[in-house]
Design a protein around this ligand. Structure first.
Ligand code: PLP
Length: 403
């Protein structure tokens, strides 16, 4: 008998302990963890720098309220904006990805009020893309263009329009006088590891600028080093200047934290900054940005920078691609994604991704499906050559035994 709501169809594994890319279950089995909390444990399990930051801060001040100044919040926001986003703006801290996206959607609505249509009516619609995933709150669920996520929750929050990904013509056709923003994952994670093409992403950015529409990026899964650059979009179109960006997952390395960025760019001739629209009283979160969460995230970002993990991510991607491509496995059609957000597209009518994940788990490698036909690898950013080699060996043996 379980007292947990049955919202997850989870695997029969009880996780008890972790260290780096290793996880141990309640029977003492050791696994190589290439799920990493679904792209969350960016430094692996219980990284000493993260554990030290959390324990030190926990002994000093855990929580105090945003009614007061929180120095760790200021430091983290400064690092995120100046060293990761690298474009002037401001940050709001929450506790999860869905919350961060809700905050961005609220920002788009504020923008739509500040910059109404030609008849003076507030704009409010946000365009999102088929197969996207933005979260499970009422706002982020409505933004998510996947019917299976909506089942039984109608009526959804209005104000969203869904169009095919990487299809500029469909996007142009969907724009209307109510459009306030375009929201996308530069690399869709849950929806199958689908990268925006450089032409499409740049085209969306140009289109937003030409039509006074916000460019809103969901970097929750693909940001913070995961794709082999500081930000997911930078690994596709380095020069993009997004208006809003959401973060979570890898930002806290496993400690719950979410955030969204709003650009300081001027939205009118008077020089009103976009970030100024989210003024006092417009948004809030009791826990968001507390000293403990911010200390954890600061340790994660510092470690990513000081250990040059971006270089490791790119190197390991190349090693994985080279090995898997050399196998010519009849079960793998192609490899999608970037850095260590990789999707192995499975050949239709061979094996489903959840079944392959289960077979890999039986062979002590933890992975995660991305939809029914894509196997996803999301190892920690500091994964070693030896761990990649071991995972490749397990994947090859499993595929060979299934072929
Ligand atoms: N956006 C993306 C791209 C995600 O991958 C996820 C989670 O998988 C979310 C939003 C939602 O994040 P959270 O589960 O922290 O609310």
């Amino acid at each position: 008998m379980s007292y947990i709501l049955p919202t997850y169809a989870n695997f029969p594994l009880t996780a008890l302990r972790g260290e780096g890319a290793r996880l141990w279950d309640d029977e003492g089995n050791e696994y190589l963890d290439f799920c990493a909390g679904i792209a969350t444990c960016s430094l692996g399990h219980c990284h000493p720098a993260l554990t030290e930051a959390i324990t030190t801060q926990a002994k000093t001040l855990i929580h105090c309220s945003n009614l007061y100044q929180i120095p760790q919040q200021q430091q983290l926001a400064e690092k995120l904006v100046t060293e990761f986003v690298q474009s002037p703006g401001k940050i709001f801290f929450g506790n999860s990805g869905a919350e961060a996206n809700d905050g961005m959607i609220k920002t788009a609505r504020r923008f739509g009020h500040a910059r109404p249509d030609k008849d003076g009516k507030a704009r409010y619609e946000v365009i999102t893309f088929n197969s996207s995933f933005h979260g499970r709150t009422l706002g982020s669920m409505a933004a998510t263009a996947q019917e299976k996520i909506h089942v039984g929750f109608a009526p959804l929050l209005p104000g969203f329009r869904y169009v095919p990904f990487n299809d500029p013509e469909a996007l142009k056709a969907a724009i209307n006088e109510t459009t306030a923003g375009i929201l996308l994952e530069p690399i869709q994670g849950e929806g199958g590891v689908n990268s925006a093409t450089p032409e499409f992403l740049q085209g969306v950015a140009d289109f937003c600028q030409e039509n006074d529409i916000l460019l809103m990026l969901d970097e929750i899964q693909c940001g913070i080093g995961r794709t082999g650059d500081l930000m997911g979009w930078k690994s596709i179109c380095p020069d993009l200047k997004p208006d809003t960006i959401s973060f979570a997952k890898g930002l806290g390395g496993g400690f719950p934290i979410g955030a969204f960025y709003v650009s300081d760019r001027a939205i009118d001739t008077d020089g009103t900054q976009l970030s100024s629209l989210m003024d006092a009283g417009s948004h809030g979160s009791t826990y968001g940005g507390n000293p403990l969460a911010c200390s954890a995230a600061l340790a994660v970002l510092t470690e990513i920078q000081s250990s040059s993990l971006i270089g490791n991510v790119n190197r390991q991607e190349q090693r994985i691609r080279k090995a898997v491509e050399s196998w010519n496995s009849p079960l793998i059609q192609s490899i999608r994604g970037k850095g260590l957000l990789l999707g192995f597209a499975l050949t239709p009518e061979t094996i489903e991704a959840p079944a392959l994940c289960k077979a890999l788990m039986d062979n002590k490698l933890l992975t995660v499906p991305a939809g029914p036909s894509t196997l996803r690898w999301l190892p920690p950013l500091n994964v070693t050559d030896a761990e990649i080699d071991e995972a490749l060996k397990i994947l090859k043996n499993t595929l060979d035994s299934l072929a």
